[in-house]
Design a protein around this ligand. Structure first.
Ligand SMILES: [Zn+2]
Length: 462
């Protein structure tokens, strides 16, 4: 081997060595890099997990706690018995709550193989849709309502079926109450009615809802994730507190008579706007009857009363239906204005007597010539063609003579007259405990001149 060849061989060996060292170095570098990457990745994962934990704890915490509560407890409400409404005698029941049943299911407590069977039985007994019932029974929720306010007989039928089929959990039959109005249409616009959750929606039922409704109780079951009861005692029971009874000033007998004759009068006279009668005890202001026509059946408050409305009901829009029902429920005696006309002469006469500007029987104190001129306008007496002539205040009231009361009003003057309007309570609401009372319509005192005063004194028109 020549010297050159030897040198070449040595050089090659040296090169190989360097190459090997380089490869070895690269291996160490790759391992380090991998480790560093692994540490970074672990760190990122740890940070992400901590963020998630913090999120669950501080942001979603309350929601999750509630969800766990819902999953682990099977709450069932016990509805209180709503207070009874009596008439003034305390003997006639105008509204009463009878016991009915509410059927619920705890889907998690019904075995998978029983679900179809249960849904079939429930839909047959309570006449509800099978598919919808099956959906409810198969849900993963803790409780589902199947039927509300069912009669005892149907509930008994269900319990018998449960016993026969050995299905003892997952179906609940709880007591509930249903409002019943024994006299149907009687005093409907006063009493009002309740919604499906026993809340007062109209009339006395709405105004006295807080007193009548009572407090809801509940049955609490603590369960595990599968819905099995954990507590050995089974159920924790919080009883409901029944509502207070209420005695009205309305006398059912007087109310019945008022309604009968009001209906007759409205039909005979074709009063398309309906009518009202209020019967009051003048000694203490008690309202003994408040009749409205047309009225409606409290046991069926969402069905219109006239044949025409009943026939067209399905073709009406939701807004039209709502308007008809609102009209039907409205208590006109409370919410509608009414011009009292000549009856207002009594107020003018009372003010004049109180002020001492006249007396009841001063013979010939007033004179009716058939008309009277105020502020350049001549107002006729209703019997202008045969004037009343000389009269006392009593006779003028008996004759409802316009000129006499116009002249009394002018003597009283606007300010005194308004003082009496206020004292009689005409300028404010009565504050009766019924919803929707409308105020009166009177001009402000400073807007009233001789003409307005004139018209009001004999016809209550301002
Ligand atoms: Zn007259």
């Amino acid at each position: 081997m020549s010297e050159i060849q030897k040198m070449k061989k040595r050089a090659k060996k040296h090169k190989d060595k360097i190459k090997f060292k380089k490869i070895e170095k690269m291996g160490i570098l790759t391992r380090k890099k991998r480790m560093r990457n692994a540490i970074i990745a672990s760190f990122i994962i740890a940070v992400l997990m901590m963020c998630r934990i913090a999120w669950l704890q501080f942001v979603d915490g309350d929601k999750l706690k509630y969800m766990a509560y819902v999953q682990h407890t099977l709450d069932r409400k016990i509805n209180p018995k709503r207070g009874t409404i009596y008439d003034a005698t305390g003997k006639k029941v105008l509204a009463v709550s009878s016991t009915v049943r509410t059927i619920t299911v705890n889907p998690v407590n019904i075995k998978k193989e029983d679900k179809e069977k249960v849904a079939k039985a429930l839909s047959d007994i309570f006449n509800v849709d099978y598919e919808k019932t099956l959906k409810k029974v198969s849900k993963r929720s803790s409780i589902e309502t199947i039927a509300k306010k069912v009669e005892k007989e149907q509930a008994d039928q269900l319990m018998k079926w449960m016993e026969e089929n050995n299905i003892l959990t997952g179906i609940n039959v709880d007591e509930d109450t249903k409002r019943y109005y024994p006299y149907n249409n009687l005093a409907s616009q006063i009493i009002g009615f309740c919604g499906s959750d026993n809340q007062g929606l109209n009339g006395i039922e709405a105004i006295y809802d807080e007193s009548l409704k009572g407090e809801t109780g509940k049955i609490i079951k603590i369960t595990d994730a599968k819905g099995n009861t954990i507590l050995k005692e089974g159920e924790d029971y919080e009883s409901a507190i029944d509502g207070n009874d209420l005695i009205l000033t309305i006398d059912a007998t007087i109310q019945g008579i008022a309604e009968k004759y009001l209906a007759e009068a409205c039909i005979d006279n074709q009063c398309t706007d309906g009518g009202s009668i209020i019967v009051m005890n003048p000694n203490n202001g008690d309202i003994l009857a408040m009749a409205g026509y047309p009225n409606y059946n409290l046991n069926d408050p969402f069905t219109p009363t006239t044949e025409n409305e009943k026939n067209n009901w399905d073709s009406l829009s939701q807004e039209e239906k709502s308007n008809i029902l609102q009209q039907m429920w409205r208590n006109r005696a409370i919410s509608d204005g009414y011009e009292p006309g000549s009856t207002f002469k009594l107020i003018t006469a009372s003010a004049a007597l109180e002020e001492g500007i006249t007396d009841t029987d001063n013979k010939g104190e007033f004179n009716c010539s058939g008309s009277i001129e105020i502020a350049g306008v001549r107002i006729k007496c209703w019997r202008y063609y045969r004037p009343h002539g000389a009269q006392s205040l009593r006779e003028a009231l008996m004759n409802s003579c316009n000129p006499v009361f116009i002249s009394i009003g002018q003597k009283l003057g606007v300010h005194t007259y308004y003082t009496y309007l206020e004292k009689f309570g005409f300028l404010s609401k009565t504050g009766i405990d019924l919803p929707g009372e409308a105020g009166s319509i009177f001009l402000a005192e400073d807007k009233v001149g001789p003409v307005e005063l004139r018209d009001n004194c004999f016809w209550a028109k301002i």
